[in-house]
Structures are given as structure tokens and as C-alpha cells.
Design a protein around this ligand. Structure first.
Ligand code: NAP
Ligand code: 3JN
Length: 348
């Protein structure tokens, strides 16, 4: 049998914040596409989107949409993935799913290619893309764990509104305008669309991302905790997370405290390892005020790390500042990287 050189690809959620970025990256990376199918809910069906100089009409996602599709990239929310990813697999597609629907399923690999690429080959039709906040953190922690061991992680996030979708971006714009015009801010969406209360995000900070769980953590925090252990193959690793939404558009930032296993590790040792880590860029020089920010990391593929400091009380403790574009490495770019790896390694 001759091997394929171009693939039929479906983007599910093509009109959304993540879907739009996926299309941009497929085009920029010259992904080997034979036919591209763009799928959405029936609200956007019929709309035209441009890809590689051509117009493509968006179709409503249905089980039959996946006939003849080789690779389906899903980012239309968990309920759509639960309903349609098995239909795509049944029809012979391999699914890369950007939602939390399958991330903790033991039959589904959860992958950040720089961290656990080999896990992809164990797939049974679905590979899960982790949560954006998890992706950027594990990209920084994996090389540290490999070199010095890792015995604790405590993270606080500073997350951009685009993580909550196109409507949240619009809400921040509108509330900012209202605040600066001395009008009352209208809050209809954040922190969580379906929750009982909504608070303004403009000029504010919301310590709730996704819904509360019975243990007092939010679902976003539990995603970070559980996904980190799974991706790093470290079920016993203690991880704690506090996730906070802030009023900027793109890129999540994280203050991460870690404890390593080895004695006598220095900041220079950590720098050395991060300088050569795949997909990571070290930006750390207090003498020149060099460190990453959400603005400097936006529209870039890499994970940026700065402010590496030794804890003043714990000889094995270190603090790091990790920043990355939540829609690129945190979602679309990681998804496309998984698809590229499927092809390159013949794991489709
Ligand atoms: P968004 O901007 O609100 O876009 C949602 C997309 O899903 C739109 O294309 C929408 O189509 C489509 N959609 C909605 N209901 C559908 C249905 N029943 N059938 C087919 N398509 C449907 O949201 P987003 O920010 O792009 O996020 C989308 C999903 O990606 C999230 O729910 C989340 O699961 C995942 N995500 C993951 C990460 C990550 O951390 N890796 C980050 C962000 C998002 P219409 O235009 O027709 O409404
Ligand atoms: O809020 C963020 O910054 C990231 C949000 C991700 C998200 C939003 C809605 C539903 C997810 C996710 O990927 O974890 C989901 C979900 O699929 O559960």
C-alpha cells in the first residue's frame, strides 16, 4: 500500500477562538492537507472562512461529516467531543481533542510532544490535548524533573480572558469601555457562563476559573493537578493550584514553586537545563529587567521562563515565572504538533 502524502483534515469548532488559530497554524506550517473540512454548530453553518487563499463553507458538525476524514481536530467543547469524537473514530479518523472530555481516560494519551511524545503511539483513535495552563507548566517542569527530580509543585496562575472564548474577549472590551465612560459594567459571562453569579473582569481579578468542585478547588485547578501527574507519569507528585482570571487578552502567566529531589542545585543549574529544553525559551536577567510577560509571549509558539530564584528557606525549593500564548502552545499549536507527530512517526 502506498503511504499518503496529504490528509483529509476536519477542524471542529473552526469558527471559535481555538479553531481559528488551528486554521492559521495549519496554513503557516504547510500541513499536508488534501481536503479541509470546517465544522461548527448550525449557527455558523454556511459562513465562509478563508484558508490558503481559498474560501471554504463551514458545515454543521454531524456524524456523517467524518466520512473519509483522516485527522479530526476538535475544539468545540466537551459535549461535542463526547458526542462526535467516537463517530469520527468509527469512520476511521484519528481525533486530537482539545477539550477535557477524554483527558483523564486511561485509554487516551494526554500529550505535550516535548514532554511525552511517545505516549501518542498508544492511542486508540483519540489523543487528548491538555488544558492550556497545564501545557506550559509541564513544558518547563519536565527538563527540571529529568535532571534533578521533582517532589512538589505549587502553582498560581494569571490567566487571559481568551481562554474563556471569543465572548469573554468581547465582554472585557465592552466592560473596559463602560468603566472608562463611568458607566456600570455589565457582567453576563465570567467567571463561568452557567454559574449562578457573574462578576466584571475589567480592572478586576477573579479567583474562579471553571466550576467549583466538592473539595473547594475549581475544575480548572483540578485539571492542572490531575493532568500534570498523568503527563509526567508521576501519580504521586504533590501538585496544588490556584487559578485566577485577569483582564488581559492573551497568554497565561504562572508563578510556580517547585521542590527538587537533589541537594545543592543552583539557579545556574536550572538555567542551563532550561536553555536547551525543547520548546522553552529562557528570559531571565534581573540586571536588565529581562523576564517574559503576557504581551511579550503573545503570538509565539514557545513557553517562556524567567524569574528563577532559589527559595530563601528551603534549599531544594525554587520559584519560576512561566508564560505562554494560551491559544497557541496552550491549544492550537500543541494540537497541530500532535497531528504532525502522528504523521511523522506513522502512528495514524
Ligand atoms: P469559542 O470561541 O466559544 O468557540 C466555540 C466553537 O465551538 C465555535 O466554532 C462553535 O461554533 C463551536 N460549537 C459550539 N457548539 C457546537 C456544536 N454543538 N457542534 C459543533 N460545533 C459547535 O470557544 P474556544 O475558546 O474556541 O474553545 C472551544 C473549546 O476548546 C472549549 O470549550 C474547550 O473545550 C477547548 N479549549 C481548550 C483549551 C485548552 O486549554 N487546551 C483552551 C481553550 C479552549 P459556532 O460558531 O457555530 O457557535
Ligand atoms: O479558561 C481558560 O483559560 C482555559 C479554558 C479551557 C476550557 C474552557 C472551556 C471548557 C476547557 C479546557 O480545555 O479545559 C474546557 C473543557 O473542555 O473542559
Amino acid at each position: 500500500m502506498t503511504e499518503k502524502t496529504a490528509y483529509n483534515v476536519a477542524v471542529v469548532g473552526a469558527t471559535g477562538a481555538v479553531g481559528q488559530k488551528i486554521m492559521k497554524i495549519l496554513e503557516e506550517k504547510d500541513f499536508p492537507i488534501n481536503q479541509l473540512k470546517l465544522l461548527s454548530s448550525k449557527n455558523s453553518a454556511g459562513k465562509e472562512l478563508s484558508f490558503a487563499g481559498k474560501k471554504i463553507v463551514v458545515e454543521e458538525a454531524k456524524p456523517e461529516s467524518f466520512e473519509e476524514i483522516d485527522i479530526a481536530l476538535f475544539s468545540a467543547g466537551g459535549s461535542v467531543s463526547k458526542q462526535l469524537a467516537p463517530e469520527a473514530v468509527k469512520r476511521g479518523a484519528v481525533v486530537v481533542d482539545n477539550t477535557s472530555a477524554y483527558r483523564m481516560d486511561e485509554n487516551v494519551p494526554l500529550v505535550v510532544p516535548e514532554v511525552n511524545n511517545e505516549d501518542i503511539k498508544k492511542h486508540n483513535g483519540i489523543i487528548a490535548n491538555p488544558n492550556c495552563s497545564t501545557i506550559q507548566m509541564v513544558a518547563g517542569l519536565k527538563p527540571i524533573k529529568d535532571n534533578f527530580g521533582l517532589s512538589r509543585v505549587i502553582v498560581s496562575t494569571y490567566q487571559a480572558v481568551s481562554g474563556a472564548g471569543v465572548k469573554a474577549v468581547n465582554e472585557l472590551e465592552e466592560q473596559s469601555r463602560q468603566f472608562l465612560n463611568n458607566e456600570e459594567m455589565e457582567a453576563n459571562l465570567l467567571p463561568v457562563k452557567g454559574d449562578k453569579k457573574h462578576y466584571p473582569i475589567a480592572f478586576n481579578a477573579l479567583p474562579q476559573i471553571d466550576v467549583f468542585q466538592e473539595n473547594g478547588y475549581t475544575f480548572e485547578e483540578m485539571k492542572m493537578i490531575n493532568e500534570t501527574k498523568k503527563i509526567m507519569h508521576a501519580p504521586e507528585l504533590p501538585v496544588a493550584a490556584t487559578c485566577v482570571r485577569l483582564p488581559f487578552f492573551t497568554s497565561h502567566a504562572e508563578s510556580v514553586y517547585i521542590e527538587v529531589d537533589d541537594d545543592g542545585v543552583t539557579v545556574e543549574d536550572i538555567w542551563k537545563v532550561l536553555k536547551t529544553a525543547d520548546g522553552v525559551i529562557l528570559q531571565d536577567d534581573p540586571t536588565t529587567q529581562t523576564y517574559p510577560t503576557p504581551l511579550s509571549a503573545s503570538n509565539k509558539e514557545e513557553v517562556f521562563i524567567g524569574r528563577v530564584r532559589k527559595d530563601l528557606d528551603n534549599n531544594k525549593g525554587f520559584h519560576l515565572w512561566i508564560v505562554s500564548d494560551n491559544l497557541l502552545k496552550g491549544a492550537a499549536w500543541n494540537t497541530v504538533q500532535i497531528a504532525q507527530s502522528l504523521i511523522k512517526n506513522n502512528w495514524l
